[in-house]
Design a protein around this ligand. Structure first.
Ligand SMILES: Cc1cc2nc3c(=O)[nH]c(=O)nc-3n(C[C@H](O)[C@H](O)[C@H](O)COP(=O)(O)OP(=O)(O)OC[C@H]3O[C@@H](n4cnc5c(N)ncnc54)[C@H](O)[C@@H]3O)c2cc1C
Length: 383
């Protein structure tokens, strides 16, 4: 876990809290908060992991018979996302390190209606329930527009509604798209959508009287590390669970509310598979300090440079998706990475350098995959 459990952002807090409470009661499970895995390599009888302890600022090496990658999605590669801050697709980065099969990484699902506010990260998600209740999507002239693109209007699937919004943004040349609840019975809204109502109000929008600005946001990574029904990847001993995995259950456009169920099913089958396997090095110490010296301290200029690289990569990815032109942005990302590599060769291992490297590599890989998908004839902006 990169963060402490109370500080991270979890979409399904009740589910998360209940699971964590149970896990904490199992003595054989050790939870390491503020630890970041940065490297996984295969050895003769298992795997070695390089892990940064973000509190003591030291690197440790862990050995393991099996590795389960459960690093979540990659929404934070985009400037607008509903995903938690740590969701940068580290699982995909590790999959490259280990040579694992990856499938459909380019199939990113965008949720059509995230609150469009400045400096709100993650974006606040206004769920389908709002449109189900009868809220309309309107453009800058306060006209409904989704019917122009699909006969189901606001109730069309996520990808279609997101595409409709992007087309309307491009057509009117600005981002002024809103959710409109004002025609609905005002008394029922706070009761039907208590959390959405309260949160929008805290941002200064009353659903009963105001039009709420929205924009599509990266929401779910449909593809990922390819696994079998036991959650095991193409490398024996390496498993992947949750949003970082491609299980084949979701197809191109995940339906709402089924990813947690998928995670539970695969966590169960993976743990049963691992429990049956023979283990090596039982009883031996599995953790050692890599070096007595703590991480080097980054200067203000170095920190600024890293955050500039991350922001540039995210902007390039966003522009490529908005303009549906991946080739141009693959090239720009290649240039950015070349410069980054040259600038950071003298920098020692550091969690922030690692994080930047992951973002750059994953943006490049995602753009390459989109470019290939497009050249195969898929003209959709999103899938
Ligand atoms: C707003 C929102 C609403 C949603 N609603 C639903 C819903 O109603 N129903 C449903 O089924 N799904 C829903 N989803 C999707 C679902 O919540 C996610 O797919 C799911 O939570 C992903 O779980 P995960 O365990 O794969 O990843 P996460 O919950 O993101 O956990 C990944 C963990 O890995 C850690 N990590 C990452 N990299 C490293 C590293 N290098 N070293 C150490 N630790 C690392 C992170 O710190 C984090 O703790 C929703 C998603 C969002 C964003």
């Amino acid at each position: 876990m990169k963060l402490g459990d109370t500080k991270d952002f979890f979409s399904n807090l009740d589910f998360y809290r209940t699971t964590m409470e149970k896990i904490k009661k199992i003595p054989s499970i050790q939870i390491l908060e503020y630890h970041q895995v940065e490297n996984i390599v295969k050895t003769d009888n298992g795997f070695k992991l390089k892990v940064a302890n973000l509190n003591s600022k030291q690197y440790y090496q862990y050995s393991a018979n099996h590795v389960v990658i459960a690093t979540g999605g990659c929404g934070q590669l985009f400037p607008q996302t509903t995903n938690s801050l740590g969701s940068i697709g580290e699982g995909i980065y590790f999959a490259h390190q280990l040579g694992l099969k990856i499938k459909d990484f380019e199939k990113i699902q965008f949720h059509p209606t995230s609150f469009n506010g400045i400096n709100i990260n993650p974006s606040f998600l206004i769920s389908e329930v709002a449109r189900g209740l009868g809220a309309h999507l309107i453009n800058e002239n306060h006209q409904r527009f989704v019917f122009k693109y699909d006969t189901r209007g606001e109730l069309a699937p996520r990808d279609i509604v997101s595409n409709a919004i992007w087309k309307e943004i491009s057509h009117q040349n600005n981002e002024n798209i809103y959710l409109d609840f004002t025609h609905l019975n005002c008394e029922t809204i706070p009761e039907a959508l208590p959390y959405i109502y309260k949160t929008c109000k805290s941002y200064g929008y009353d659903l009963c009287t105001d039009h709420v600005p929205i924009k599509p946001a990266a929401h779910y990574q449909c593809g990922g590390i390819q696994v079998n029904l036991n959650g095991e990847s193409s490398e024996k001993g390496v498993f992947a669970i949750g949003e970082c995995a491609y299980t084949g259950l979701h197809g191109d456009n995940r339906l709402a509310s089924n990813s947690l169920l998928e995670s539970l099913y695969f966590a169960n089958s993976a743990s049963k598979t691992i429990a049956k396997r023979k283990r090596f090095n039982r009883g031996k110490s599995y953790v050692s300090l890599v070096s007595d010296t703590p991480f080097s301290v980054l200067s203000v200029t170095q920190k600024e440079y890293l955050s500039q690289c991350k922001e540039t990569a995210k902007q390039l990815l966003s522009l490529a998706f908005e303009n549906n032109n991946f080739k141009k942005y693959v090239h720009k990302t290649d240039v950015l990475i070349k410069k980054f590599n040259a600038t950071t060769t003298s920098l020692k291992s550091h969690p922030e350098v690692f994080e930047t490297k992951v973002i750059l590599k994953n943006v490049q890989y995602l753009l390459q995959k989109k470019m290939k998908q497009k050249s195969l004839g898929n003209k959709k902006i999103i899938t």
